[in-house]
Design a protein around this ligand. Structure first.
Ligand code: SF4
Length: 336
């Protein structure tokens, strides 16, 4: 017998922009194009972007994920190796060259820009303060652009208050691209109060995608009974969206990787659901989550548009002669 009980109404406020940013799109394209041009295997150092669905999809196509270059077996030394969108310390391409490996650097151009800003500070004789989270690959990559001791990591306002520079040292700061806009402003405020001469980077380090996704969540979270963010636990920008939703007034907010992660036992009597996706989360999973709610609720989707994004980062010249099929494009764009 079909279940004829009426389903409760639910409004889903769907944030726009959400999901893939131009840097993630480019990084995935680089791996797909490399597989088409050079054949499998293509080695990828670290998760190309922090998303299991994307990583597993690329593995099916022939990508092999490694953490360090010495994991590439001798018989595959002529296979390309791709560096992830988060960027790598300078020692990594140097190591690849020493091993005579052919590498393709998928570092997001906006992360490379932060690297350049950090190098510029150092060139101008400044000690660099990097505002970011310890252990995140982007932070490891940015710190690794400069010699040991040239960068101090500042994770919080407490760190900013505790930092003691060597007397007479000029200071400059940069930040990780995927931080909370609000928290970072607080840390910068402390640094500027303590060190009025500290130099900011020439351009904002938090990227457009992070800013836009946080802004969209902020606009839609107030009054939401629940806010879901599609993203991985190791995705910095996705985790920040969960925090932004809670601060902006959502009664509860969770990170989910797939529809199977939805905490149905904690979802009772909700009328308004906020929904967004981190910059490494494909749209296909957003669709999967909306479908899962449609099975249980009478869903109305309200698109909450707060910005229009037109950014597009081209891949490197070496891969521009390869054509993507419509199926490849769907995978690259994270859609059905
Ligand atoms: S989140 Fe920002 S910095 Fe990171 S890959 Fe996307 S556009 Fe680039």
């Amino acid at each position: 017998m079909p279940d004829l009980a009426p389903r409760p109404p639910l409004t889903i406020r769907l944030c726009q922009p959400r999901g893939f940013c131009a840097g993630v799109d480019r990084a995935i394209q680089i791996v797909v194009l490399a597989l088409k041009k050079y054949g499998a295997p293509v080695y990828v150092r670290h998760e190309i972007v922090h998303n299991r669905y994307v990583v597993e999809g690329l593995q099916k196509l022939g990508a092999v994920f490694i953490e360090e270059l010495d994991e590439i077996p001798a018989e595959h030394r002529d296979a390309p190796v791709v560096f992830s969108a988060h960027g790598v310390p300078k020692s990594v391409p140097a190591d690849a060259e020493a091993r005579h490996l052919f590498y393709l650097d998928a570092t997001c151009p906006l992360v490379s820009k932060v690297h350049k800003q950090a190098m510029r500070h150092q060139r101008l004789g400044r000690h660099v303060l990097l505002i970011g989270h310890a252990g995140h690959p982007e932070v490891i990559g940015t710190m690794g652009q400069l010699p040991e001791g040239a960068v101090t990591l500042i994770e919080s306002e407490t760190d900013a208050r505790a930092f003691r520079p060597t007397e007479g040292t000029a200071l400059g700061f940069v930040t990780q691209t995927t931080l909370s806009v609000e928290d970072t402003a607080g840390v910068i405020r402390v640094l500027q109060e303590r060190f009025p001469e500290i130099k900011a980077p020439a351009a904002e380090s938090i990227c457009y995608a992070t800013t836009n996704r946080q802004e969209a969540v902020k606009e839609t979270a107030s009054g939401a009974d629940l806010f879901l963010v599609v993203g991985a636990p190791n995705s910095s920008n996705s985790r920040r969206l969960v925090e932004v939703a809670e601060r902006a007034g959502a009664k509860a907010s969770f990170l989910v990787q797939r529809a199977s992660d939805i905490p149905w036992d904690q979802i009772d009597g909700i009328r308004i659901l906020g929904l967004s996706a981190g910059a490494s989360a494909p749209e296909i999973i957003v669709d999967e989550i909306v479908d899962a709610f449609r099975e249980r609720f009478d869903v109305e989707v309200e698109l909450a548009v707060t910005a229009t994004e037109t950014e597009n980062f081209p891949v490197m010249r070496a891969l521009r002669d390869v054509e993507l099929t419509p199926a490849d494009m769907a995978f690259v764009n994270g859609v059905r």
